[in-house]
Design a protein around this ligand. Structure first.
Ligand SMILES: [Zn+2]
Length: 250
């Protein structure tokens, strides 16, 4: 299949595999210890995302951009977010040294002069999908596009749909979400660590979004010990209400 380059959304960016000293816009560069790194900025901005990701420089296979675009269009149709919060996807041509599959950040943007003092800083979503030693299966690509988008949706839901202050009330949504799912504090973790990723409430949230809102790869439920959203009516109802709130903004 020949891809029509005009059909690539401007927020899906294939990162050049050559390292550059100028890392201002999603380039690969080097740190002082000689490690290859990727650090994204918001497109068109010189504002760096908050974390650099060390790369494994061995040759690797990136995600198929046509699969990324198709999944992105499905996810965005199900749950649109406005700019600048709507995320940008970087297709990184190397594997992360951390061996994770991808990352997402809600990245603060410079505040305009007239920005209200009480308001949380403006922000944008940045997502990186890394290459792998073996070509990623299309289902994995679809899963990652929807899952990482779900992490950015968490920030959007807090601020835009629920009116939470993203900084001061950072945990409130996840507190309420755990209660809705019938979980006690001992049942889940906050934040993901190796071997306990599946217990992270934010990761459960992002996979619930993927399945309950986007209907993407529902057979893949990587959270043993937690009910699949399609077998948890409260989860389905919660997301239906959120989607209705989001649709009302259109
Ligand atoms: Zn995640």
């Amino acid at each position: 299949m020949t891809r029509d380059l005009d059909s690539v959304p401007e927020n899906i960016i294939e990162v050049d595999r050559r390292a550059s000293a100028d890392r201002s816009d999603g380039m690969i560069g080097w740190d002082w210890d000689g490690k290859m790194q990727f650090r994204a900025s918001a497109p068109g901005s010189r504002w760096y995302a908050n974390a650099a990701h060390t790369l494994d420089p061995a040759p690797a296979y990136g995600h198929d951009i046509d699969v990324v675009i198709d999944a992105y269009r499905r996810v965005r149709a199900a749950f649109p977010m406005a700019d600048p919060q709507s995320p940008c996807f970087y297709l990184v041509p190397y594997e992360f040294a951390s061996r994770t599959n991808a990352y997402s950040h809600a990245t603060s943007l410079p505040e305009p002069d007239d920005w209200p003092e009480e308001a949380a800083p403006p922000w944008t979503g940045v997502i990186g999908l890394c290459a792998k030693r073996i070509p990623p299966m299309p289902g994995r690509t679809r899963y990652l596009v929807a899952h990482e988008y779900g992490h950015i949706a968490e920030e959007w839901i807090k601020e835009t749909l629920l009116g939470h202050h993203r900084m001061r009330e950072d945990q409130r949504l996840m507190d309420d979400y755990a209660v809705m799912r019938g979980l006690d504090d001992a049942d889940f973790d906050r934040g993901a660590t190796p071997g306990r990723w599946h217990r992270s409430i934010d990761e459960v949230f992002a996979c619930d979004f993927r399945i309950a809102v986007c209907g993407i790869e529902p057979d893949y439920w990587p959270h043993p010990g937690f009910a699949h959203p399609q077998r948890h009516p409260d989860v389905i109802d919660w997301w239906a209400d959120i989607v209705a709130k989001n649709d009302a903004l259109r």
